[in-house]
Ligand binder design. Structure first.
Ligand SMILES: [Zn+2]
Length: 349
């Protein structure tokens, strides 16, 4: 009988080695220690033995049963661990891997230029102001000394909003897409304490014939200083400082006298074309110069209309074309390219 117990043990060890999964283990358990199993078959013969032999075989059979149960449990844990590591291997995901750089987003060249300008002005103590892109005629023109029927309005080909769209307007008020950032000057002078040092970046709209320098919406940056006793000298010093920080050291700048209705005196400021070094390209139309800024002393009437005492305060202001500055900085031959969502262009910067 002992010999048979030994056989069962050997059978069990052999089959346990072959077991691949839970089902195999369950079958092995059934075949060995369950009611119809091999061990039970042997125990059925116990009745023919004497008491001592019965006792001895009973103890050994129990010990074999425990051996089988313990080893099935150990094998079950081993198989579970193995299955888990196989899943782990097949579904491996290394979250520390670097994201492919070609899929990274980045700033648009106009945003890069605008951010650079904002940083320069903030370092000089300017505050950033913003205003609505749909503007009142009063702020876009009237309060800037450009009343209705003034010929200067022709300079700005304006997108007017139809009365159907303007359902929220006040009686007699006309709305438009702002043609420049100057309405924010008016809004700021009317609402804030003096003195003022502000910049107004962002989008304006003109009904323009598009070419290398002109687009129907573009990005402007305006700056305004209203202070006691500021003069054209302060204007030139500020411009010089900003241009040195913004463009390259050997930039050649020229001032041309100009006249705007809301200014006195005023100048247009050109830089020598970086794209063709003053020879010929589409950006400068062969002149060798690109108009980047308008600069002016604020007209006393504009100050008075905005509630500022022109006897006490004076002011100066600039407009610059962010698009044209970006073209010069990045050597892009036409401002229009910035609005055409061309990844090939944008990814270079
Ligand atoms: Zn040029």
């Amino acid at each position: 009988m002992k010999h048979k117990l030994e056989e069962i043990k050997n059978y069990f060890v052999e089959e346990l080695e072959k077991a691949q999964n839970d089902a195999d283990l369950k079958n092995l358990e059934i075949n060995t220690i369950w009611k119809a199993g091999r061990l039970n078959e042997i125990l059925k013969g116990l009745k023919d033995l004497d008491v001592e032999a019965k006792k001895e075989i009973w103890v050994e059979a129990n010990s074999l049963k425990n051996f089988i149960l313990d080893n099935i449990e150990i094998k079950r844990e081993e198989l579970a661990k193995k299955a888990f590591s196989e899943i782990e291997e097949s579904e491996k995901l290394d979250v520390s891997l670097e994201f492919p750089s070609k899929d990274k987003g980045h700033m648009h060249p106009l945003s890069i230029t605008s951010k650079l300008l904002e940083d320069i002005f903030i370092s000089l103590g300017f505050k950033i102001e913003d205003g609505p892109q749909i503007e009142k005629e009063e702020y876009n023109f009237d309060k800037l000394n450009i009343p209705d029927n003034h010929p200067a309005r022709d300079v700005w080909d304006t997108f007017w909003l139809s009365d159907d769209i303007n359902s929220s307007k006040e009686s007699g008020e006309k709305l438009l897409l702002r043609t420049h950032t100057s309405p924010v000057q008016v809004r700021t002078m009317l609402s804030q304490e003096l003195p003022l040092k502000i910049i107004v970046p962002w989008r304006v709209f003109r009904f323009e014939q598009e070419d290398a320098r002109h687009t129907s919406n573009f990005y402007q940056l305006e700056w305004l200083v209203v202070w006691e006793g500021v003069s054209f000298w302060d204007l030139k010093w500020t411009l010089d400082t900003v241009m040195k920080k913004l463009l390259w050291d050997d930039t050649v700048i020229r001032f041309r006298p100009s006249i705007f209705p809301f200014t006195e005196p005023s100048a247009e400021i050109d830089v020598q074309c970086k794209l063709c070094q003053g020879k010929w390209c589409r950006m400068c139309s062969g002149s060798g110069w690109v108009e980047l800024l308008w600069a002016w002393m604020v007209h006393p009437k504009v100050l008075a209309d905005c509630g500022v005492d022109p006897e006490k305060y004076s002011g100066f202001a600039f407009w610059m074309w962010i698009d044209r500055i970006a073209s010069q900085r990045f050597s892009v031959s036409s401002s229009r390219l910035f609005y055409q969502s061309k990844l090939k262009l944008n990814e270079q910067f």
